[in-house]
Structure formats: structure tokens, C-alpha cells
Design a protein around this ligand. Structure first.
Ligand SMILES: Nc1nc2c(ncn2[C@@H]2O[C@H](COP(=O)(O)OP(=O)(O)OP(=O)(O)O)[C@@H](O)[C@H]2O)c(=O)[nH]1
Ligand SMILES: [Mg+2]
Length: 275
């Protein structure tokens, strides 16, 4: 356990991350003096989400949390917007990558950075406004009050959950994909493709993150599967998911094919008892 006092800030206490080094912590503190690892961190992957981020970041910054934007060289100035909005707060960090490397790899890098910095509650959230801050305000206290859960999934497909402004075919696609994953993989989760989640660092530290290789929806399913295989207790919390109003979806037929192919492959492996 490490205690550090910084410019009159309360002592930052750190425990439970075997990979944390003092130099990683001090680098983090140098970069961002107001970051407190006692607060959760929200990882937001972005690709051309400047306008959406202008709406989302100010709302998130109303809460006591830190933000890591993982931007893949967006051409619309997303990283610049994140820098501008976060500059005065000291609670927004931007990981700028060289090109569009995929959602899965953005989260893998974001997780690794958050874990190395010693954060204990790590949130995943889309930038496009589909995931509401008002839902996060309910999810976080619930998760904190229930330490028995290793992860929480903001779910559209349980009682109380819903989607707004989705065309019927998107709803059918999501419902079918989730039903197929549930049955084929025995996941016991109704929304394993959801990207609105909270993980405890203890769980992420136990997962073989460098072996998770999916990039789109399949990434969320693969993380759910890996967490279950690691014995995680996962709870689903009802959310209202809003179809994006601005920007362009990065969902593509290739991403749907990846999920279908991988779930089938994992399902067959499960039947034949392979790891
Ligand atoms: N860094 C990074 N972020 C990405 C990439 N692809 C998507 N994202 C971000 O991941 C989040 C989810 O992407 P969306 O395009 O909204 O995809 P989706 O939510 O699955 O699909 P829709 O329901 O159509 O919006 C958004 O914040 C995107 O900007 C990528 O290759 N790299
Ligand atoms: Mg979206």
C-alpha cells in the first residue's frame, strides 16, 4: 500500500495492483496532478466523435471521475476537443494512436494504462451518446455498494432496460446476437454485446488481456466469456440506450461477421470441451 500527498490533495492510497510501479504512479501524477486513483476511470474509445464528445465530456466531468480518451487519429479533431474540454480539469487524459486500430485494441490499451496507474474501478463507455451519464450515476453507486460483483453490464435486454430510436432491424440484430451468444456460450448474460460496463481491476488483472483479440461487438462478447471463465460474478443493470444523433456509426458487416464467426467457433469448442 502506498500513500502519497500531492499539493494539498488527500493522500492517494494504492493497493491491489501487482503490476504497479512507483515510476508508473509518479509519471501518472506528473501528467495529471488532479487525478485520484480512488475515483473510477472512464475509458472512451473514439474515432471521429468530436461533436458527440463536446456533449458527453462536460456531463461526465460533473461526476467525481477521471477520463481516458483513446483516439485513433480522428480527422475531425476529436483529440483536440478532448484536450480543450479537459485542460482546466486535470482529469482527462488522451491516448493518441497512429490510426484506426479497432475498438478492441483501443480498450486493451486503455485497460492496460488504467491498471498500470492503479485505478480500481474501470468504466467502458461509448462516445456517441448512446450511453447516458444519468445511467452511469445509478450504475456506479450500485457497483460500489455490491463488492461481491466483479463486473457490471449496463443492459438493454433485461427488465427495465430499453433502446430508443432504434430501427426494428437493429433491435432484432442485437436481440438475436445476444440470444445466440447466451445459448452457444452458456453465458447467462442477456446483453453480452453491451459496451457500457464497469470492471473491477482485480478482475481485469486476472484476465489474459493480451490473448483477447476481437475488435468489434465480438470484443464485448469475448471479454464476457473470458470473465466468466475466470469465475467472475457479473451483474446486469438496466439502462436506456439511445441511438446516436450525431456522427457516423462504425458498425459494419465485417464486425457482425466477426461476432458470428467467433461465437460459433467458441460454441463448437465448448461442445467439444476444448479450452
Ligand atoms: N479508438 C477507436 N474507437 C472506435 C473505433 N471504432 C469505434 N470506436 C468508438 O467506439 C464507440 C462505439 O462505436 P459505434 O460506432 O458507436 O459503434 P456501435 O455503438 O457498436 O454501433 P452503433 O450502434 O451503430 O452506434 C464509439 O465511441 C466509437 O467512436 C476504433 O477503431 N478505434
Ligand atoms: Mg454506438
Amino acid at each position: 500500500m502506498i500513500g502519497i500527498t500531492l499539493r494539498g490533495q488527500p493522500s492517494l492510497r494504492l493497493s491491489g495492483n501487482p503490476y504497479l510501479t512507483l515510476s508508473a504512479l509518479s509519471a501518472n501524477l506528473r501528467e495529471n496532478a488532479l487525478v485520484s486513483i480512488n475515483q473510477p476511470i472512464v475509458i472512451i474509445p473514439t474515432y471521429n466523435e468530436a461533436e458527440s464528445l463536446r456533449r458527453l465530456l462536460p456531463q461526465l466531468l460533473e461526476l467525481s471521475l477521471n477520463i481516458l480518451v483513446v483516439d485513433d487519429a480522428s480527422s475531425d479533431g476529436t483529440a483536440q476537443v478532448a484536450k480543450e474540454l479537459g485542460a482546466s480539469t486535470g482529469r482527462v487524459e488522451i491516448l493518441e494512436r497512429s490510426g484506426k486500430l479497432g475498438l478492441g485494441s483501443a480498450y486493451r490499451e486503455g485497460f492496460s494504462k488504467a491498471l498500470n496507474s492503479g485505478f480500481t474501478e474501470i468504466i467502458q463507455m461509448d462516445a456517441d451518446g448512446s450511453h447516458r451519464v444519468v445511467d452511469l450515476q445509478k450504475m456506479l453507486p450500485y457497483f460500489t455498494a455490491h463488492p461481491e460483483f466483479d463486473a457490471l453490464i449496463g443492459s438493454r435486454w433485461i427488465d427495465g432496460g430499453k433502446v430508443v430510436h432504434w430501427p426494428k432491424h437493429r433491435e432484432m440484430l442485437s436481440r438475436c446476437a445476444n440470444f445466440y451468444s447466451k445459448v452457444a456460450l452458456g453465458l447467462d448474460i442477456n446483453d453480452s454485446t453491451a459496451g457500457f460496463r464497469i470492471y473491477r481491476a482485480q478482475l481485469l488483472n486476472r484476465l489474459p488481456l493480451n490473448q483477447i483479440e476481437s475488435e468489434g461487438y465480438a470484443f464485448q462478447i469475448e471479454m464476457t466469456r473470458a470473465a466468466k471463465r475466470a469465475g467472475a460474478l457479473i451483474t446486469e443493470f438496466p439502462i436506456t440506450f439511445i441511438e446516436r444523433e450525431i456522427g457516423v456509426s462504425k458498425m459494419s458487416p465485417r464486425i457482425v461477421r466477426e461476432a458470428l464467426f467467433k461465437v460459433t467457433k467458441w460454441g463448437i469448442a465448448r461442445i467439444f470441451g476444448k479450452r
